[in-house]
Design a protein around this ligand. Structure first.
Ligand code: AHR
Length: 501
């Protein structure tokens, strides 16, 4: 397959917000307990946090992390997780039919996030609770001292305020499964009043209002319109969620879901523009895609298990083992986020450890990286700068998810400070290599600095505790700069990171 690609220094989409490579972690399954925190594990530090897991997290250079849920947050009492640990209550987590011991709460998580070098993005409970508890939580977390709640935090050892600037107003409030589910108007009003109260506390706070749980929801995209009509002027972001899978075993259709996601983003961007125009508003609302990942391998099985179990503590849940196909999919999805970075400012891989996660941590055993860890890591490390509007001319295919899907999926990022252009390329053709002719305009005599690739694996192959590096990136070959253009052959079903200076 012949492919012509044009990259021009001046054809830009715009600056990428670093938070496009953020993550999400929830109090559920073994994400917190048995994931980042496992006292007694040989790798645990004096506070119970696993150093091996932390290292894998640090290597991702994650800018921000959404916490503590998810469905969990909609019945969470933040006060249960503060103060002396031996006095914290054990509660039922209604979302995941589990017991929550509250041994990790906001102050412990803040300590962990600091070690990991990640900014916290906190979600408040607008399901079973409301504005008053949300603003109390905000005061406890962010006020320096001299009030009952801020002094309480100080008495718990957190003398400095946590300075959290991003706040999510509830979680998936459109979902009938959500504790405290609401209609769009009910929720939009509550979100508006909560955002107003947060801004009365600190005008620089950014709020994220809940959009649809996915683009199959019967209320989508009316939900977004109705919610935004209630709160447009007081929020900075609207959230989108979407999980993916290849249940039908149709690889090309799976990869077509990357384009489908582009449509989803475009639709919500249109709704935002509509409401902005209708309200004659001046402010812009951006998209925070704060839950995305592959979730299908054991989803149904987990659904059955949950129904049958008796409120376990930190049970193994949503522990999907990813394969090479999933890594290729994640690579393409991240490309789509880069291409849509004019509207999508924040995106969070869901989740980070054990639960639908790029990192797994065995109980009393090793931590290991899943196949999807690598495309996420490369996007986070090398995808910062200005998104380029790359033109791709290549054969296309139609599938259930989308039509005219280009076999070659390309995203380009220009790091102007370093003078480096990074190209993320996915060849999703099942059998044909891409004979690449990639022209670079406006970059003086580019040289290939780095070529990493993931290729040549069976699509169903994954990693595991006994073979942690079976699917991992290796130095690439077969591509080079000739007369100022990048030329060479990219095998079928392969992913490449190419850095030029
Ligand atoms: O990430 C797992 C769950 O998926 C989250 O709790 C919820 O927000 C979504 O439905």
């Amino acid at each position: 397959m012949k492919v012509r690609v044009s990259v021009h220094r001046d054809f830009r989409i715009g600056p990428i917000d670093d938070r496009l490579y953020s993550a999400f972690i929830e109090h559920m399954g073994r994400a917190i307990y048995g994931g980042i925190y496992e006292p007694g594990h040989p790798q645990a530090d004096e506070n119970g946090f696993r150093k091996d897991v932390l290292k894998f997290v640090q290597d991702l250079k994650i800018p921000a992390i959404r916490y503590p849920g998810g469905n969990f947050v909609s019945a969470y009492r933040w006060e249960d997780g503060i103060g002396p640990r031996d006095q914290r209550p054990v509660r039922l987590d209604l979302a995941w039919r589990s017991k929550e011991t509250n041994q990790v709460g906001i102050n412990e998580f803040a300590e962990w996030a600091k070690m990991a070098g990640i900014e916290m993005m906190l979600a408040v409970n607008l399901g079973s609770r409301g504005l008053d508890d949300a603003r109390n939580f905000l005061e406890y977390v962010n006020f320096p001292g001299g009030t009952t709640l801020s002094d309480l935090r100080r008495s718990h050892g957190a003398t400095a305020p946590h300075g959290v600037r991003m706040w999510c107003l509830g979680n998936e409030m459109d979902g009938p499964w959500q504790i405290g589910h609401k209609t769009a108007v009910e929720y939009g009003r509550l979100a508006n009043e909560t955002a107003k109260a947060f801004k009365a506390f600190d005008a620089t706070i950014e709020t994220v209002v809940c959009g649809s749980s996915n683009d199959r929801m019967p209320t989508y995209p009316e939900w977004e319109r109705e919610v935004l009509e209630e709160c447009y002027e007081n929020v900075e972001y609207i959230s989108l969620h979407k999980y993916f899978g290849n249940n039908s075993g149709d690889t090309l259709n799976y990869f077509g879901k990357i384009e489908e996601t582009g449509r989803y983003i475009g639709t919500i961007a249109g709704v935002i523009d509509y409401v902005k125009a209708k309200k004659r508003a001046k402010n812009d609302v951006r998209i925070c895609f704060d839950e995305w990942n592959v979730w299908y391998h054991i989803r149904e099985e987990d659904g059955r298990r949950i129904k049958g179990w008796d409120w376990p503590e930190a049970p193994a849940l949503l522990e999907e083992t990813y394969n090479f196909e999933d890594a290729l999919f994640v690579a393409g999805l991240l490309n789509e986020f880069i291409r849509r970075s004019d509207r999508v400012r924040i995106a969070c891989i869901a989740q980070l450890v054990n639960v639908i996660a790029p990192i797994r941590a065995e109980k009393n055993g090793p931590a290991w990286r899943q196949t999807i860890y690598y495309p996420y890591q490369f996007a986070s490390l090398y995808g910062r700068g200005t998104a380029l509007n790359v033109a791709v001319d290549c054969p296309t295919y139609d599938c259930r998810a989308a039509d005219d899907v280009k076999y070659l999926d390309v995203a380009g990022v220009h790091d102007e400070e370093e003078g480096i252009v990074t190209l993320f390329i996915l060849n999703r053709h099942l059998s044909d290599a891409a004979e690449l002719d990639l022209g670079l305009t406006g970059f003086a005599a580019p040289e290939l600095l780095l070529h990493l690739t993931m290729a040549g694996h069976d699509l169903r192959t994954g990693n595991g505790p006994d073979h942690p590096d079976r699917v991992a990136p290796v130095p690439g070959s077969g591509v080079g700069v000739e007369d100022g253009a990048l030329k060479g052959s990219l095998p079928a079903l392969s992913y490449h990171v190419l850095r030029l200076k």
